[in-house]
Design a binder for this molecule. Structure first.
Ligand SMILES: N[C@@H](CCC(=O)N[C@@H](CS)C(=O)NCC(=O)O)C(=O)O
Length: 205
């Protein structure tokens, strides 16, 4: 398998953690890709031109990260990261969606503050993204006491939340999300010690 990959992407990190937890990391070749480069050929593999994109051994291109992670989990002989029991599964998927949504809003906030020329900045839109980050953080903070940490089985919800929070720390040094979300802060400290998280720590920005 090949993974179109960028070292700072939170969505790529999700896939890498899932691969490690499934014991599949040695089967994946990483192909460094800058999705923002005008020269990239990424769109020929992923029509959305985003990382991550996984090319399976039969040449199928898989995207977005939830699809790639679920594919890796289908090859996983250990405890499932996408639980099968519907009474658990959809709660986990919704929590993972909240974490993905937080990170998506963070990326839009970053684009608005870093990439968009100042004179074109749209305050209303940026405030909306920040509000989404805050409300998603509250959902994760409420769930934190029952989320997996250092040992034992893990689900896609924890993997998505931890990857997103790690990226927010990398990109938004002044965000102070821990102040309003102490349970989540405590959880994040513990999950960051898990070997799959340590092994995939993002490089300094
Ligand atoms: N929903 C996608 C989001 C992926 C994403 O936003 N990737 C960013 C890098 S962190 C990207 O490639 N952006 C390029 C673009 O939006 O054109 C997923 O879960 O895989």
């Amino acid at each position: 398998m090949q993974l179109r990959f960028s070292p700072t992407s939170p969505f790529v990190r999700k896939v890498r953690i899932t691969a490690i937890e499934a014991g599949l990391q040695d089967q994946i070749e990483h192909i460094t890709t800058d999705p923002w480069s005008p020269e990239t050929d990424l769109r020929q593999t992923n029509p959305l031109s985003k990382v991550p994109c996984l090319i399976t051994d039969d040449g199928t291109a898989l995207y977005d990260s939830p699809v790639i992670c679920e594919y890796l989990d289908s090859l996983n002989a250990g405890p499932k990261m996408f639980p099968e029991d519907p009474s658990v599964r959809f709660k986990i998927l919704a929590l993972a969606a909240a974490a993905d949504g937080m990170t998506d809003a963070g990326i839009l906030h970053l684009v608005e503050t870093v990439r968009r020329p100042k004179e074109l900045k749209w305050e209303w839109w940026d405030e909306r993204q920040q509000e989404t980050m805050r409300t998603a953080l509250t959902v994760l903070n409420d769930a934190a006491p029952s989320m997996a940490t250092t040992d034992g089985p893990i689900t896609i919800a924890e993997i998505t939340a931890g990857s997103g929070l790690g990226w927010m720390d990398l990109r938004f040094k002044d965000l102070n999300w821990r102040t309003d979300n102490p349970a989540l802060a405590d959880w994040f400290k513990k999950i960051s010690e898990r070997p799959s998280f340590k092994e995939t720590e993002p490089p300094a920005a």
